[in-house]
Design a protein around this ligand. Structure first.
Ligand code: SAM
Length: 230
């Protein structure tokens, strides 16, 4: 059975899509999406040998080699321009997801939807989307096995539409949809972050004064204030 996290990613794939799942590991997501009929063709991309081999063996085991092409390579280099219209990248940090998109910009011409699931640092993904004229159309946050995950879906459009002028910084940090919804997983995630920052702040205070620690303290204090307000 597919995890709730990857099922939620799959739910954002438009029916009839041709997808590339980058960093596919075991290829569970493309296998599931092909089996449900949502996807007619998928590329499963992997940079590391072990995960690449595990993706290839899973696809073979499920008898899906005609519909899922497992390819080894870094980020979007495994994709030919025009080949897919939806890209999924799940289970990595937000900064890595943003760098994969940045390095693969020339492959995004025909891509209509991006579905991104950063484990941490979702704001780096939101920043990349804004800078590259992708509009965030939906977000989800969910808890599974004690961990909290965010999923961001984007299409080409008006990148600032989901944001407000007054609350732009906080919305970029927490997610405009997630901040508005403010569900239990959201509150749990940011309450845990608050405790963590407060602990770091205490440690920095004990460490004494230097330009570096002063900057770090201010940065953390700003995040604490923003989170308390949220
Ligand atoms: N997407 C799956 C999921 O969400 O369950 C697997 C997530 S796994 C934690 C992250 C995978 O991304 C690893 O298998 C890793 O090898 C792969 N990866 C990391 N950087 C990559 C890159 N630049 N290009 C392709 N794959 C990458």
């Amino acid at each position: 059975k597919l995890s709730e996290r990857l099922t939620a990613v799959a739910e954002y794939i438009p029916s009839g899509s041709r997808i590339a799942d980058i960093g596919s590991d075991h290829a569970y997501l493309p296998c599931y999406a092909v089996k449900t009929g949502a996807v007619s063709f998928a590329v499963a991309g992997e940079v590391a040998k072990g995960p690449y081999l595990s993706a290839a063996s899973q696809v073979k085991k499920e008898g899906l080699t005609k519909k899922i092409d497992v390819r080894k390579g870094d980020g979007l280099e495994v994709v030919t321009p025009g080949e897919v219209d939806c890209i999924t990248i799940a289970g990595m940090g937000g900064a890595l997801i943003a760098s994969i998109l940045e390095n693969g910009k020339d492959k995004l011409g025909e891509v209509k939807r991006l579905i991104l699931q950063p484990n941490v640092g979702a704001f780096a993904v939101r920043e990349w989307l804004i800078r590259n004229k992708w509009e965030l159309i939906s977000e989800r946050i969910l808890k599974e096995d004690g961990k909290i995950y965010e999923i961001l879906a984007a299409e080409r459009g008006e990148p600032l539409r989901p944001y407000t002028e007054e609350n732009f910084t906080a919305e970029k940090f927490f997610g405009p949809f997630l901040l508005k919804e403010c569900n239990e997983s959201f509150r749990e995630k940011w309450n845990a972050e608050l405790l963590n920052w407060e602990r770091i702040l205490e440690q920095l205070k004990e460490a004494g004064h230097s330009e570096g620690t002063e900057n770090k303290k201010q940065e953390i204090q700003a995040k604490i204030l923003m989170t308390e307000e949220a």
